[in-house]
Structures are given as structure tokens and as C-alpha cells.
Write a protein that binds this ligand. Structure first.
Ligand code: CO
Length: 134
């Protein structure tokens, strides 16, 4: 079902500091900060060629990652995202196998404008998994 690793998302306490570390210390190619108000996150993309790292910081009071940063004030890996060919097929296969999808079980439009679902960490060894249709 899954293909390539699309990205690893890391919640960071300070985006400018994180940008400095990835760009000026590690020498990676990084984007400017993007504020995705609909998703309640500000993001910097680190492009590694074979995959991406998304450095995320909460945006606004209702940010879905606000609590996560409170629990992990130094920052932490938040989720990994695997590519799938069809989100619809993935949903039915997962449902067949008793895998729970977060939310109402239908895809939402993710931070890249593509359909995504998230799987419960409880069923995947403590890892929040995002599946994105590519
Ligand atoms: Co993601």
C-alpha cells in the first residue's frame, strides 16, 4: 500500500532557530516560513532530495499541535508521512484490517493540498502515520 517516505514532521519550539540549524549548521536547502492558517501550523520545508523534513510550529490558539509542543517543550518528531497511490483504496483496505483512522474516517486536504488521513499511533507502535495521495 505505501510507497515512498514523503516527509517526517518535527514540531519545534522556534522556527527561526530551527531554520538556522538546518540551513547554516547542517547546510540543507530550506524554504521560507509558510503560515498555513487553515491547518494551524507554520512550516519550513527542508528538502533533502530523497525526502523532506517539515519543521512545524503552532499557529493560533486552536492549533492541532499546540498541546504536543506543551508536552514536548524542546520539540519532538510528530509524524511520518508515507505516499499512497489512492487514499480511497487505502481507507477501505485499512478498514478491512481493523485499522482506525483519526477523525471521521474520511480524507481531509493536507498541508500540501492533497488528500490525507492519519492513523492512530496506538495501532502503529506509538507512531502517528500520515498517508498522502500522490
Ligand atoms: Co505531514
Amino acid at each position: 500500500m505505501i510507497g515512498k517516505l514523503n516527509h517526517v514532521a518535527i514540531v519545534v519550539p522556534n522556527l527561526n532557530e530551527a531554520k538556522f540549524k538546518y540551513k547554516d549548521i547542517l547546510g540543507a536547502t530550506v524554504s521560507d516560513i509558510e503560515h498555513l492558517e487553515v491547518h494551524g501550523v507554520s512550516i519550513i520545508f527542508v528538502n533533502l532530495g530523497n525526502t523532506k523534513i517539515e519543521l512545524m510550529h503552532p499557529l493560533g490558539e486552536n492549533s492541532p499541535i499546540k498541546k504536543f509542543l506543551e508536552k514536548n517543550p524542546n520539540g519532538a518528531i510528530h509524524h511520518v508521512c508515507y505516499e499512497v497511490k489512492s487514499i480511497k483504496n487505502s481507507i477501505s483496505l485499512l478498514k478491512e484490517k481493523g485499522i482506525e483512522i483519526i477523525g471521521d474516517g474520511s480524507p481531509s486536504i493536507g498541508a500540501h493540498g492533497k488528500p490525507v488521513i492519519f492513523l492512530k499511533p496506538k495501532q502503529f507502535d506509538g507512531t502517528l502515520i500520515e498517508l498522502e495521495e500522490v
